[in-house]
Design a protein around this ligand. Sequence first.
Ligand code: BTN
Length: 248
Amino acid sequence: MKRLDFDREAPVWCTDCCPSTNAELKELARQGAQEGSVLIAARQTQGRGRMGRSFSSPEGGVYLSMLLKPRLSEKVPQLSALAALAVRRAVLECCRMQADIKWPNDLLLGGKKICGILAESVICGEELSVILGIGVNLNTAAEDFSPELCQIAGSLYSLSGKMYDREAFACRLICELDELYSRWEKGESFAGEYRAACINVGRQVTLLRGDERISAYAVDIADDMSLVVQLPDGKEERIQFGEVSLRE
Ligand code: BTN
């Protein structure tokens, strides 16, 4: 692993390949890594996705994990939404494209998923740490996705025909994460920015709760970035990240 020269307190580690940056950083957290530590890989052999799924991580993508130690554990579910905003900002800055956010934390361009986010908690001693993992399909070639994945996923390259500087993108993403996280820790809310980017609001959604599928109407994004839905009986419910998944 190589340490990148970065103008920030915590280290940014870089590797060509590892099984999963989340798994590796979790181990470093157990060994006492500092808050804000980042691990970036050019490719992963066992990329982890949400709900126990795997995350295809071929060369061309940016696979990054950041170690966070938030003060308030009840706010932890918001971290993946914050990461979605950071990626959206980095995509806008580096690729000049406006990505949509599909609640809770998928980023879409032209209806195709260009990024996945997985926040995993780890207890080190008495302390709660969160490994915030982000996989961006930056320069990934369409033929490097499986045929099934091609139906739902795309890369910034496959959608625009342009290649992007991976290192510049990773730097921008880290800066955005640092800024959003420090302001959020001080109590700032980013619900307005999230709401403006979220494509689910004002639409019918299907909530996937275990084996159950519940049809609902997405009314709003609350200040804590949870999704406010109206159920068929007219009742409104706030849904926290991780509680349900959602299908359009
Ligand atoms: C998903 O969409 O299911 C979430 C995917 C999260 C993938 C990222 S890539 C970097 C980090 N390391 C992992 O193993 N997973 C996350």
